[in-house]
Design a protein around this ligand. Structure first.
Ligand code: ADP
Length: 361
């Protein structure tokens, strides 16, 4: 193998990587000043604004003494020594450099090679982090906008609804048939608009819960079943609930998540078929919850669309609703850093899955 694998090939490979890779030798495992650059690939040399001759074989303390004067630099250098001495790997996550590297945010991990050698992997994620922060800020503004808009729309709408009621009381059945039809339309339309605005208000309030707490999902689902009692009785729905865990999460959010999924499972049932719902949970890198129904199902081409806000597959005459419920669920799951998806065959029911990763209490 030695005949075919030479050092030039290795160096070319490391230089072509888009991630920074650097090898260090720690001559004295108890002295960070003894650490030497063995090899730095092009990405790291570029971030240091140095060339090979200035760096290879030299000690960090001689090439970049300023690294020893900053907390982030010292932390990384100390990690080289620790990993060389103790073995294994340490993932430092995001490190803010402002010294011998281009100032910015780096993803950084250090790994043992053998004896006194370690390698570091570095990725400059400054722009990515900035974009992430800007996106978060924009999302926050959008949320506030949705909240203010829906909140301020509520008062005039309630006034209109009241005035329509006055008109209905005074004139319904007393004018011609067309007037009655118009009054009915107006009253229905304002009713729908009220629902939309309330849903939008709820949607923009998700994320206001500051702290995760221990939530007993078994208890939560029992309460939701009580809340939905009249709907369950009316439709003869049978709900089977397996043992559900206690998890760390946002309680109000989780309650509305289960409520939306269970309500949908009841609502989108097949005509003449008793709705049957099974709720269970599997432990696997956190928890995966499963809500299975025997309803109308969802065609493949619609499976992603339904999680968008105001997306509906049916007219309000077929199934009532505003199309915000699943967008709501998606937002709640995003806050828990989980996933939400559906598996379904039209006519054979749907199974909604969501994951809640383990959160520290
Ligand atoms: P809404 O229930 O107000 O229509 P949702 O956002 O909760 O809004 O759902 C969006 C669409 O996804 C629904 O209109 C329906 O077409 C489809 N859907 C949701 N849940 C189910 C389900 N359990 N079975 C079949 N279709 C469903």
């Amino acid at each position: 193998m030695k005949d075919v694998l030479n050092i030039d090939i290795l160096i070319k490979t490391f230089d072509d990587l888009t991630v920074g890779v650097g090898i260090f030798q720690i001559t004295d495992l108890n002295d960070i000043k003894s650490i030497r650059y063995v090899f730095m690939n092009k990405v790291i040399l570029y971030e240091m604004r140095k060339n090979q001759e200035e760096v290879f074989g030299k000690r960090i303390i001689d090439v970049a003494p300023e690294a020893f004067e900053h907390e982030a630099g010292l932390q990384v250098i100390e990690t080289y020594r620790k990993v060389a001495k103790e073995g294994g790997s340490i993932n430092l996550g995001l490190v803010e450099y402002s010294n011998h590297m281009v100032a910015g945010t780096y993803e950084c991990s250090v790994h043992h090679i053998k004896d006194n050698y370690v390698y570091v992997m570095l990725r400059n994620v400054t722009e990515l982090e900035q974009a992430k922060n800007e996106l978060e800020q924009k999302n926050k503004e959008l949320n506030e906008f949705a909240y203010i808009a829906s909140h301020d729309l509520k008062a005039p709408l309630y006034n209109i609804a009241n005035l329509i009621r006055v008109l209905e009381r005074k004139y319904k059945g007393k004018l011609d048939e067309q007037a009655d039809t118009i009054l009915n339309f107006m009253s229905e339309a304002t009713g729908r608009m009220k629902n939309l605005i309330n849903d939008l208000l709820d949607y923009s309030s998700i994320g206001n819960e500051k702290e995760m707490i221990t939530v007993d999902c078994q208890e939560l689902v029992e309460i939701i079943q009580q809340d939905l009692e009249s709907k369950i009785k009316e439709t003869n729905t049978v709900i089977e609930v397996d043992a559900l865990p206690k998890i760390q999460g946002f309680e109000t959010g989780l309650r509305s998540l289960f409520q939306n999924l269970i309500s949908n499972a009841i609502k989108f049932s097949k005509p003449e078929v008793t709705p049957k719902i099974k709720i269970s949970a599997i432990e696997q890198n956190g928890w995966t919850f499963v809500i299975e129904d025997n309803g109308i199902g969802i065609a493949d081409k619609h499976k992603d669309k339904i999680f968008s806000i105001f997306k509906r597959l049916h007219s309000k005459e077929e199934y009532e609703g505003t199309g915000i419920g699943l967008a709501h669920c998606k937002k709640i799951i995003d806050l828990h850093k989980g996933e939400l998806w559906v598996d379904s065959k039209p006519g054979s029911g749907s199974t909604f899955y969501f994951t809640i990763p383990n959160h520290l209490s």
